[in-house]
Ligand binder design. Structure first.
Ligand SMILES: NC(=O)c1ccc[n+]([C@@H]2O[C@H](COP(=O)([O-])OP(=O)(O)OC[C@H]3O[C@@H](n4cnc5c(N)ncnc54)[C@H](O)[C@@H]3O)[C@@H](O)[C@H]2O)c1
Ligand SMILES: CC(C)[C@H](C(=O)O)[C@@H](O)C(=O)O
Ligand SMILES: [Mg+2]
Length: 369
């Protein structure tokens, strides 16, 4: 049988740095577990623009549609800030999400015991935290028309983005949230702003419809997203699965990142409809960006990207045991006190480099055999 396929798009800034550590884990899986992937690599974001004048070449898009899964590092950076909007690095990422139709973005926020002291919140608020934000990823204000910057009649300009959701778009992401909740603690909290947005009213009605007609056994609550942001910081353990739209999901997941200690800890899985192999079309990526402030310095935490690979093992390759093995190895190195700089408190200490963290995780994997 052919090996499972994986397209790696390391991208910009710290993307290639954290991806180098993921490759060590992939190498380890091949050497020590006999799990071999057909890995191809390509460009996305600013580096693709530098090479081809576009943040995502059509050939790369075609490859992404063919593989079992895509693993992406990060895109963007100050070098590209003044590019025309249509060729900005982020457009490459958004094109992948849209054309692969990856409507359900799972962003788990889990606080490892060893980091509970390190969160900016009190230990009892975050210890044992295990929640998932399900972010709608292919619609809403990120993609709605009309959009643009236009001249007004007074010699000024106005900018427009449109929040637009259809019944089907809301129902399908709601279903993915209910399905996930059934495998967890059976609770979904849906967040929108139905108090001020018509799209929020539709969101609330359709999520409720999916609940009442298809998942009455799952507990469903609704919350305005601004309150949701506050509740995430006040008492995050009240949540199990949160389902929300594209923009609120972006903000709430960065907020949830700090519950775990660092943005460098949060992985994600973006899932679409099942492919011919029965697995969902999928792309995995850390929640963080290209971190220009630390790029090139060996300071980046590779754990978010490594845990994204673990999510790929679980959701795209049916290798839940190997996924757990990787997650346990991460847990072990953190328990052993191995820390990248982002996981150090103000009092400092001696952080390991990006590759030091990757090596420590490989050593922990060896110890797991
Ligand atoms: N998925 C993506 O590719 C993605 C996601 C978010 C932002 N971006 C892009 O990245 C660029 C920078 O954006 P930003 O600065 O707002 O967000 P960012 O996530 O890149 O960085 C925010 C802060 O978190 C820190 N940080 C992020 N990841 C880290 C890691 N793995 N280890 C240690 N520290 C880490 C950074 O040093 C920075 O201080 C922009 O061009 C933005 O559009 C890309
Ligand atoms: C880089 C950007 C397009 C992206 C988003 O806004 O979705 C990022 O912030 C994320 O969280 O994945
Ligand atoms: Mg974001």
């Amino acid at each position: 049988m052919a090996n499972p396929s994986l397209l790696i798009l390391a991208g910009d800034g710290i993307g290639p740095e954290v991806m180098a550590e993921v490759k060590k884990i992939i190498g380890w899986l091949g050497a020590k577990r006999g799990v071999t992937f057909d890995v191809t690599e390509d460009l996305v974001g600013g580096c693709a623009y530098d090479a081809h004048g576009t943040p995502l070449h059509d050939d790369t898009m075609a490859k992404a549609m063919e593989v079992d899964a895509v693993l992406l590092g990060a895109v963007g950076g100050p070098k590209y800030d003044n590019l025309d909007f249509s060729v900005k690095p982020e457009r490459g990422l958004l094109r992948l999400r849209k054309e692969m139709d990856l409507f359900s973005n799972l962003r788990p926020a889990q606080c490892f015991d060893a980091l509970a002291d390190f969160s900016s919140l009190k230990k009892e608020v975050v210890a044992g935290l295990d929640i998932v934000i399900v972010r709608e990823l292919t619609s809403g204000v990120y993609f709605g028309e009309p959009r643009g910057i236009f001249p007004d009649n007074e010699g000024g300009r106005f900018g427009v983005n449109t929040q637009r959701y259809t019944t089907d778009e809301i129902r399908r992401v709601a279903r993915s949230a209910f399905e996930l909740a059934k495998r967890r603690n059976n609770k979904v909290c849906s967040m929108e702003k139905a108090n001020v947005m018509e799209s929020g009213i539709l969101w609330r009605e359709e999520v409720q419809w999916v609940h009442d007609n298809e998942y009455p056994e799952v507990e469903l609550t609704h919350m305005y997203a601004d309150n949701g942001a506050m509740q995430l910081v006040r008492w995050p353990k009240q949540f199990d699965v949160i389902v929300t739209d594209n923009l609120f999901g972006d903000l709430l997941s960065d907020c949830a990142a700090m519950l775990t200690g660092s943005l460098g800890m949060l992985p994600s899985a973006s899932l679409g409809a099942p492919m011919a192999n029965g697995r969902p079309r999928a792309m995995y990526e850390p929640v963080h960006g290209s971190a220009p402030d630390i790029a090139g310095q060996g300071k980046a935490n590779p754990i978010a990207c490594i845990l994204s690979l673990a999510m790929a093992l679980r959701y795209s390759y049916d290798m839940g045991d190997e996924a757990t093995r990787v997650e346990k190895a991460v847990e072990k190195v953190l328990a052993d006190g191995v820390r990248t700089a982002d996981l150090m408190g103000p009092e400092g200490g001696s952080p390991v480099s990006t590759s030091g963290m990757g090596d420590a995780i490989v050593t922990a994997l060896d110890a797991s055999l």
